[in-house]
Ligand binder design. Structure first.
Ligand code: BG6
Length: 492
């Protein structure tokens, strides 16, 4: 499979939180891969900013260790790592104490013409202070971009405050709000399937689609992020961003091009058309859960409360929602969303379930006629399956069988599946905002999430318990079965 490498222009990538978890786990490995592939031109620099000063050489050794830890063995080969480390530097800035900015300014001085990206891989409480420091030290050039990660607020009001703070220094077209789900290969493919084929689009509406399911299931627990996660919960952590972004790409009208604002305008309309879920519907349209002790990833695991050492926590680690989009295309089509930690397996997929045939011409005993389903698997085993009915081959009468037309990307194309950050980090350098969230999208998503959070709060009900290693509380199964439907199970 051809894999095209288009070099970008030289840049300075300044990563605040440069020694933190996100930088070590995702950002540096992703930049390393792009460098190894020859996409990053000579002279480009990566500057890891951290509070405590370390010598460059010692710092580079920590980067080497991270690459070995977070990249598959053969991919962190010695020469390529040495070449990559030569472009990595370290500068100490203590944002809280407002110290060290001059060192960063001195480092960047003289490179005003090249592309400069500031990546804030730090908690959102520091976004405002860092942007102010960047502005005050005149580090924003015509070619400067700012990259921020979620959480962008924890409610509409706090998201607005974050957006105001960064917006006071950077223009909207300089701000890249990352949702790493948008960089995933299958998510990109969703747009090609919909808009690169004439097959699906005529069927892509309430006349032909019965319902849609979006599942992002994880088998891991909260790990080392207990502090953040316990204050966020699954709704804020996964639904407000990743799942709603997936929903937007499935439900949006065709944009006129892949131009950033064309795509984002269409996504925004979907978010604004989501039917609000208020107090009167909260019990029928949402289920929240929290895992109890069980078995996961091949071993016994403790309950959420024990994992985070806060047994009284009422934070949800699972959520299922029945949502609807109030517009002509989707009126009456439920979108079932679910996500959770410590579920039976790690699987993220989108299922588009088509309507049943109106009438069967086949004799009794031919077998059950299942309705068609298009399944987009984001991970693991990225690929697309179109489930159809066929005749069982051979003699013996008309026997019907439900089978998938299976296109697993890994086996079909034999290509390394790049991590989402590889694409997104370089899109920042290219100045392409198509896969990044605009301010109004983030705020529209919060405007839909806030009433759910408030209704949960007012109800005072604790999350429903589920055993780790299962598919969540039984109420989540009831949520969909009540409508005469069921969560998709891959049997092929
Ligand atoms: C992050 C969430 O945004 O996405 C995590 O904060 C979650 O809680 C992660 O584990 C899942 O990402 P991926 O790419 O592993 O599916």
């Amino acid at each position: 499979m051809s894999h095209r490498v288009i070099p970008v222009d030289p840049f300075d990538y300044v990563v605040f939180g440069g020694t933190g978890d996100l930088a070590r786990r995702k950002l540096l490995p992703a930049l390393y891969q792009r460098h190894k592939d020859g996409q990053i031109p000579p002279g480009s620099r990566i500057v890891a900013v951290a509070r405590t000063r370390r010598e460059d050489e010692a710092f580079r050794e920590t980067v080497r260790t991270s690459l070995q830890e977070f990249l598959p063995g053969a991919e962190s080969d010695g020469c390529a790592v040495d070449a990559f480390l030569a472009m990595v530097s370290h500068v100490a800035v203590d944002v809280e104490a407002d110290a060290g900015w001059q060192d960063l300014a001195a480092f960047l001085a003289g490179a005003e013409d090249r592309i400069r990206a500031f990546y804030l891989a730090v908690g959102p409480d520091l976004f405002g202070k860092i942007c102010t420091g960047i502005g005050r030290h005149r580090l924003v050039t015509a070619n400067t971009r700012l990259v921020i990660e979620k959480p962008i607020g924890s409610s509409l009001a706090t998201a607005r405050a974050v957006n105001e703070a960064v917006g006071s220094v950077f223009a909207e077209d300089q701000i890249f709000r990352i949702d790493h789900y948008l960089g995933k290969e299958t998510v990109q493919n969703l747009m090609v399937l919909r808009f690169g084929n004439s097959l699906y689009e005529p069927l892509w509406n309430s006349a032909h689609i019965d319902h849609v399911q979006i599942t992002v299931a994880e088998s891991i627990g909260v790990g080392s992020r207990a502090g953040y996660y316990d204050s966020a919960g699954a709704l804020r952590d996964m639904v407000q961003n990743h799942i709603l972004q997936l929903l937007c790409l499935i439900a949006m009208e065709p944009p006129d091009s892949l131009d950033a604002n064309s795509v984002r305008d269409e996504k925004l309309k979907v978010l604004r058309a989501l039917k609000p879920i208020g107090e009167d519907e909260i019990d029928v349209c949402t289920v929240r859960g929290q895992y109890r002790a069980g078995a996961s990833e091949g071993g016994a695991v403790v309950a959420y409360g024990d994992e985070i050492a806060r047994s009284e926590s009422a934070t949800e680690t699972f959520v299922a929602i029945r949502s609807e989009i109030c517009n002509w295309r989707w009126a009456g089509v439920p979108f079932y969303l679910r996500t959770g930690k410590r579920l039976a397996s790690r699987v993220s997929e989108i299922v588009v379930a088509f309507k049943a045939i109106p009438h069967s011409i086949f004799p009794k005993g031919s077998g059950v006629i299942h309705s068609n389903r298009l399944v987009l698997r984001l991970q693991p085993d990225e690929g697309v399956k179109q489930w159809i009915m066929i005749k069982d081959p051979g003699l013996g009468g008309m026997r019907l069988r439900h089978v998938p037309l299976d296109m697993s990307f890994a086996t079909s194309f034999q290509a390394r599946n790049p991590d989402a950050y590889e694409r997104l980090l370089l899109d920042v350098i290219r100045g392409n905002q198509t896969l990044f969230m605009r301010r109004d999208e983030v705020e529209a998503a919060w405007a839909w999430i806030d009433p759910i959070l408030e209704a949960w709060e007012r109800s005072g009900a604790a999350p429903r318990p589920y055993t780790a290693g299962t598919w969540g509380p039984s109420a989540a199964i009831a949520l969909i079965e009540r409508d005469g439907r069921n969560w998709h199970e891959d049997s092929g």
